[in-house]
Design a protein around this ligand. Structure first.
Ligand code: HBI
Ligand code: FE
Length: 304
């Protein structure tokens, strides 16, 4: 496997590059303007991911995909997606130029609008992305938005995000989103499966997250996750596992203020750390990240 990964940074550091014409940053998708080459990039990515995900994604992800007007043929039309989504869970997809300021992003989620980038990566950058494109946003996220529990959870994250911004606690809340919506795994009778969009839209991380001996796979615990830094530049060192997607329902109803209070004290954890209190599905060998760490720089992790 190639050394580069298709990791998406989701990082607004440095600020979004484009000035918005509308205050909510939405733009026209411009579906008619996609070129044959751009549709072909979608097709390549779609074919390769659907093949993998039929075995590696959770049943609800696969079902969500099947119920959407989404195919290998072309980049999906956001209006058609929104119609199907709206019927199922009351969500819609709106086009945006790329990463949004946190407050604008949360305002959309709180109103059941999922902002999706309208651009697609170039053919020679299939596996490396500086920021989320339409393949990550639509292929990765939209199937799970067909699930009523995920639909409610992401809206609650938007509402919680607006409050966290005011309280200055976004760092901790963002870790919840990261380790669920982006990089979450869930138990199924036939084994651990992917539901996180950051994994589902990444060829190499699909395999790594479920099948590699290297990463830890740890039972999801809210406070533990809120104390855990994550990697933005490479595969995760630890994945957190839900017993059932219904766990997100309780999470959507959780009052975060008491957690923020508790988090004023106590430790934070490095991405690869395993604790005696963890409920471990798999204790990782750590071999992947150890091999990539510069030898004179053993303790540097890029994390947030
Ligand atoms: N904007 N378009 C877009 N997509 C994201 O996933 C996104 C964003 N802005 C902020 C953001 N994510 C995260 O930094 C927050 O979830 C913390
Ligand atoms: Fe994402």
């Amino acid at each position: 496997m190639n050394a580069t990964t298709d990791k998406i940074k989701h990082d607004t550091a440095g600020g979004p590059a484009v000035k918005p014409r509308r205050p909510d940053w939405t733009v026209a998708q411009g579906w008619d303007q996609y070129t044959t080459e751009q549709h072909a990039v979608w097709r390549t990515l779609y074919q390769r991911q659907t093949r993998l995900l039929s075995d590696l994604a959770c049943d609800d992800f696969v079902r969500g995909m099947q119920r959407l007007p989404m195919s290998e043929e072309h980049i999906p039309n956001f209006e058609a997606l929104s119609e199907a989504l709206n019927k199922a869970t009351g969500w819609q997809v709106v086009a945006v130029p790329g990463l949004l300021p946190d407050d604008v992003f949360f305002e959309h989620l709180a109103n059941r609008r999922f902002p999706s980038a309208n651009f697609i990566r170039r053919a020679r950058e299939l596996d490396y992305l500086e920021e989320p494109d339409v393949f990550h946003d639509v292929f990765g996220h939209v199937p799970m938005l067909m699930h009523p529990v995920m639909a409610d959870f992401i809206q609650a994250y938007g509402q919680g995000g607006l409050r966290a911004l005011q309280l200055g606690r976004l760092t901790e809340l963002a870790r919840v989103y990261w380790y669920t919506v982006e990089f979450g795994l869930v138990k199924q009778p036939n084994g651990l499966r992917i539901y996180g969009a950051g994994i589902a839209s990444s060829y190499s991380e699909c395999v790594f997250s479920v099948q590699s001996d290297s990463p830890n796979r740890i039972g999801f615990d809210l406070e533990r996750v809120m104390r855990t830094h994550y990697r933005i530049d490479d595969f995760q060192e630890s994945y957190f596992v839900l017993n059932d997607l219904q766990e997100l329902l309780a999470l959507a109803e959780t009052e975060f203020a008491p957690y923020y209070e508790r988090l004023n004290q106590g430790p934070t954890f490095e991405p690869g750390e395993v604790l005696p209190t963890d409920s471990i599905s798999h204790q990782g060998t750590g071999s992947y990240h150890r091999a990539r760490r510069p030898r004179d720089d053993n303790h540097q992790h890029s994390r947030t």
